[in-house]
Design a protein around this ligand. Structure first.
Ligand SMILES: Nc1ncnc2c1ncn2[C@@H]1O[C@H](COP(=O)(O)OP(=O)(O)OP(=O)(O)O)[C@@H](O)[C@H]1O
Ligand SMILES: [Mg+2]
Length: 425
């Protein structure tokens, strides 16, 4: 990283240079706004660390001026203990962070880490965008249709924030893959992503599953156990099929989401967590509210940002792209030597109405793979698979009640009842 220090006080400047040398950055320093302008022009730093009181003007003006020309250049302001208000002002002008004088090396490394994480994510989203334009690929998702391109744009924007997102779409449209993509593009990505299938956990257990329990809080609670809220701390919690939650639990969760605190079952201690909430449903939400399945206040809490996934039949341009992607994935595993689809096979896929959406497409490709002779997936095989009445049932595969990834859940044996709950799907 190239860093420009703009500070007129020689001692602070020297100290900062020494501290920055430890972070392996290329650093330059100047003592005035005028020199800073010239240095930005010539040195083109990624980051400027700017004192607010400079001999020839206000550091804030420099930030506003430079940010308006190049919004990707980052700023950190230097400020004294008595002037937090100016730091806030600077953040409004576009500074990413501030450093308090007298400077401490620990503080600087925290601020620099935070900033480089932010810059990495932004670079990654930019890379994904350009990859998307060329290949129709966005992370682990594919789609070149207009509605999916829009969805990818929204994902890159909401990923940066902590806003709750409600992902709405028919079964198999990709709600869960969207949730994981949002998590992967957020600054929470090194922390756990925990998905909870609200319809699959038995109502009598769900509270202890979510909030954990203290030893002895109920028969069988032979030791203290952490719930998903604790396990997802710092990361993302995904409420899959959120309308399947009982009204009672919705009220409880609403309180937890509002206060960000909860108690383990049978416990007195108020626990605080930092979690981002994503949720999904394949139902008509207005209908669910009207019929009383979904509480309106809970819905407003979760639905800060709605993301509606179109059914596959409304984005037919994606069918061949997705089919080829699934073929590649299957071939990687099975290695039977398949390369392509017969033109008639793609035509048959295009004509189908896909009630089970992308999941159904994946299953159809897999079955046609088994029925075809390498190296091409035959039109005949695809047609015969599409004619099978079992296809619709297979479109909805059973999935476990909870899943987590990335340093997520410490391994622990699920109770038998949780497995049973998962099987009911
Ligand atoms: N745009 C996409 N690109 C690549 N794979 C996709 C895409 N959309 C969905 N998939 C794949 O299709 C399958 C179904 O997706 P997912 O489980 O996310 O759907 P869902 O909407 O959560 O379904 P359900 O309502 O049944 O829970 C998964 O294997 C997923 O990886
Ligand atoms: Mg799902």
């Amino acid at each position: 990283m190239k860093i420009l220090v703009v500070e007129d006080d020689a001692a602070t400047r020297k100290g900062l240079e020494q501290l920055l040398a430890e972070s392996h950055s290329e650093t330059r320093s100047v003592g005035s706004i005028e020199k800073a302008r010239a240095a930005i022009e010539e040195f083109s730093p990624n980051l400027c660390i700017v004192d607010l009181n400079l001999p020839d003007g206000d550091g804030l003006d420099l930030i506003r001026e430079v940010r308006s020309q190049n919004p990707t250049r980052e700023f950190i302001v230097l400020t004294g203990h008595g002037s937090i208000d100016t730091a806030v002002e600077a953040m409004k002008a576009g500074a990413a962070d501030y450093l308090l004088k007298p400077l401490k090396s620990a503080q600087i490394s925290v601020v620099l880490d935070r900033l480089s994480e932010k810059m990495d994510l932004e670079r990654e989203v930019d890379d994904l965008r350009s990859q998307l334009a060329q290949t129709g690929r966005f992370g682990s998702m594919f789609g070149k249709s207009k509605p999916m391109q829009e969805i990818f744009g929204i994902i890159s924007r909401v990923a940066k924030s902590d806003a709750p997102v409600m992902i709405i779409g028919e079964s198999g449209t990709g709600k869960e893959i969207v949730a994981t993509t949002i998590h992967e593009l957020s600054r929470r990505r090194a922390k756990p992503f925990v998905a909870i299938n609200c319809g699959a956990i038995s109502p009598s257990l769900i509270e202890s599953e979510l909030f954990g329990h203290e030893r002895g809080s109920f028969t069988g609670a032979d030791r203290r156990r952490q719930g998903y809220f604790e396990l997802a701390h710092g990361g993302t919690l995904f409420f899959d099929e959120v309308t399947e939650m009982s009204a009672e639990l919705q009220i409880k969760l609403l309180r937890v989401l509002e206060t960000k605190t909860f108690r383990r079952v049978g416990g007195n201690e108020e626990l605080k967590v930092n979690i981002r909430i994503l949720s999904s449903t394949n139902r008509d939400l207005q209908e669910a509210i009207k019929s009383g399945k979904l509480r309106e206040d809970f819905y407003y809490r979760l639905n800060v940002f709605p993301l509606v996934l179109p059914p596959l039949r409304e984005r037919k341009e994606d069918i061949s792209l997705l089919a080829r992607y699934f073929l590649e994935r299957i071939e990687e595993k099975e290695k039977a030597g398949f390369r392509e689809f017969e033109p008639g096979a793609l035509a048959a896929l295009n004509e189908h109405s896909w009630p089970g959406n992308v999941r159904e497409l994946r299953n159809v490709v897999h079955r046609a793979y088994v029925l075809s002779n390498p190296p091409v997936i035959g039109a005949e095989a695809v047609r015969s698979v599409l004619d099978q009445p079992t296809m619709k049932i297979a479109a909805k595969a059973s999935r476990p009640a909870t899943r987590s990834r990335r340093g997520g859940e410490p391994s622990r044996k699920p109770p038998a009842s949780r497995k049973a709950a998962a099987k009911t799907r």
